[in-house]
Ligand binder design. Structure first.
Ligand code: PMP
Length: 398
C-alpha cells in the first residue's frame, strides 16, 4: 500500500533546525527557526507564565472537553488585545473568536472557511512571505496568488508596486497582511501606508486576513495593532489569525485564535457557526492549557503588567542586537551597508546574503540561516556576535 510513497522534502525552516541540532560544531549558531532566545541563547519560560501556571495548578478542577471555540474568558481577552478595551466591535458584538492550536491552526481553519464559504476566492500573500503560508492555503485547495512587497535593491517596502498589485485584486478575493513584524523581511507599512491600504481594500472589496503572530514584538502592544485597527475603520469584515507562541513564549502549548469580524451581530453569529464546523471536523476542540495561561495573564492586572514588561525586555534585546550587529559588521571592515537591519521590526531580517553565502556560512562556520537569507536576530547574543560577524565578513570577502 505504502510502497509508492516518496519522501517529502524537508521543511525549509524546521528541517534546518533538525540539521542544526545534529551539527557537532561547538561554535554553531542558529539564526534559522523563529524562536526568541535570551542573552544566554535559551528560550525561557516567562515569569508571568510560570506564575499563571502555579495558580492554574491549584485552581483547575476538571480536564473535561472545552467547547469547540474554547474558553469564553480567553476569547474575550483576545478581542480586547486585538481591538483595544473599548472598541465598538466589542461593544456591538461584531466579532467572534475561537481558540485554535497556534497561529498555524488559525490559518488552517481560516483557509477551510474561505474555501467552503467564499466560493472561488483566491488568497493573495506578499512576496516574500512566511514559508508555510502557501502550503497551508494550498492544502485545502485554495488558489494562492502573490502581491509585490519587497524591493531587494533598496531593501525596503516597494509601496508603489504593492498598491499596483493590490489594485488588481478583484472583489471577493482575500488578501493576507502581516499585522506587524513582517516575516521574513522585518519591514512593515507606516501608519500612512496602512491607511492607504485600508482605503484600497474598501475600494476593491477584497477581504483582509490579518496574520498577527508578533503583537508586542515591534513597538508595543497598541502600536503593533494599528494596521489592523486602521483597516477596521474602513472595512466591515475581516479575519484575524493570532498566535501567542512568540509574545507569551508558549510555542509548544499551541495557543492562537481565529477571529471573524462581520457587519452585524447576526452575521457574526451565523458565520461563526460555520467556523465551528470547520473546527469540529478538524480537531474537534482546542487543548486547554496554553489558553488558560494566556487568559489568566490577560485577565489579571498584576500578571498583565509583568507580562508586558517581559515582552518589552524581549523587544528591547532584539533592537539592541540589531544595532550591535550592524556596528560590529562595520568594525570588521564590511563595506556593504547593513544599516537597514537596525530599522526593521520583530525577530526577522532579510540579510541580503545569497544562497551560496548562506551555504558557505553553514558549511564552514556552523551558522544556520534560512536559504532565502532570512536571519532570526533573536539568535544573536553578545557572546556570539564577534564570531558571527567575523564569519560573515570572511564570507562576503571570499
Ligand atoms: N504566521 C507567521 C507570520 C509566523 O511567523 C508564524 C510562526 N513562525 C505563524 C504564523 C505560526 O505561528 P504558530 O507557531 O503559533 O503556529
Amino acid at each position: 500500500m505504502f510502497e509508492h510513497i516518496q519522501a517529502a522534502p524537508a521543511d525549509p525552516i524546521l528541517g534546518l533546525n533538525d540539521a542544526y541540532k545534529k551539527d557537532e560544531n561547538p561554535n554553531k549558531i542558529n539564526l534559522g527557526v523563529g524562536v526568541y532566545k535570551d542573552e544566554n541563547g535559551n528560550t525561557p519560560i516567562l515569569k508571568a507564565v510560570k506564575l499563571a501556571e502555579e495558580r492554574l495548578l491549584t485552581k483547575e478542577q476538571s480536564k473535561s472537553y472545552l467547547s469547540i471555540e474554547g474558553s469564553p474568558a480567553y476569547c474575550s481577552a483576545v478581542q480586547k488585545l486585538l481591538f483595544g478595551q473599548n472598541h465598538n466591535i466589542i461593544a456591538k458584538q461584531l466579532a467572534k473568536t475561537a481558540h485554535t492550536p497556534g497561529g498555524t491552526g488559525a490559518l488552517r481553519v481560516a483557509a477551510e472557511f474561505i474555501k467552503k464559504h467564499l466560493s472561488g476566492a483566491t488568497i493573495w500573500v506578499s512576496n516574500p512571505t512566511w514559508a508555510n503560508h502557501q502550503s497551508v492555503f494550498q492544502s485545502v485547495g485554495l488558489e494562492v496568488g502573490s502581491y509585490s512587497y519587497y524591493n531587494a535593491n533598496s531593501k525596503s517596502l516597494d509601496f508603489e508596486a504593492l498598491l499596483a498589485s493590490l489594485s488588481q485584486v478583484p472583489e471577493g478575493d482575500v488578501v493576507l497582511f502581516h499585522g506587524c513584524c513582517h516575516n521574513p523581511t522585518g519591514i512593515d507599512p507606516t501608519p500612512e501606508q496602512w491607511y492607504q491600504l485600508a482605503k484600497l481594500a474598501s475600494k476593491q472589496g477584497f477581504l483582509p486576513l490579518f496574520d498577527f503572530a508578533y503583537q508586542g514584538f515591534g513597538q508595543d502592544l497598541t502600536e503593533d495593532a494599528q494596521g489592523l485597527r486602521t483597516f477596521l475603520e474602513h472595512v466591515p469584515e475581516m479575519l484575524i489569525a493570532s498566535s501567542f507562541s512568540k509574545n507569551f513564549g508558549l510555542y509548544n502549548e499551541r495557543v492562537g485564535a481565529l477571529t471573524i469580524v462581520c457587519d452585524s451581530t447576526d452575521q457574526a453569529e451565523a458565520a461563526f457557526t460555520q467556523v465551528k464546523r470547520c473546527i469540529r471536523t478538524n480537531y474537534s476542540n482546542p487543548p486547554s492549557h496554553g489558553s488558560a495561561v494566556v487568559s489568566e495573564i490577560l485577565n489579571d492586572s498584576e500578571l498583565y503588567s509583568l507580562w508586558e514588561s517581559e515582552l518589552k525586555d524581549m523587544r528591547t534585546r532584539i533592537h539592541e542586537m540589531r544595532s550591535l550587529f550592524v556596528n560590529t559588521l562595520k568594525s570588521k571592515g564590511v563595506d556593504q551597508d547593513f544599516s537597514f537591519i537596525s530599522q526593521q521590526q520583530g525577530m526577522f531580517s532579510f540579510s541580503g546574503l545569497t544562497p551560496d553565502q548562506v551555504a558557505q556560512l553553514r558549511r564552514d562556520y556552523g551558522i544556520y540561516i534560512v536559504g532565502s537569507g532570512r536571519i532570526n536576530v533573536a539568535g544573536m547574543t553578545h557572546n556570539n556576535m564577534e564570531p558571527l560577524c567575523d564569519a560573515i565578513a570572511a564570507t562576503l570577502k571570499s
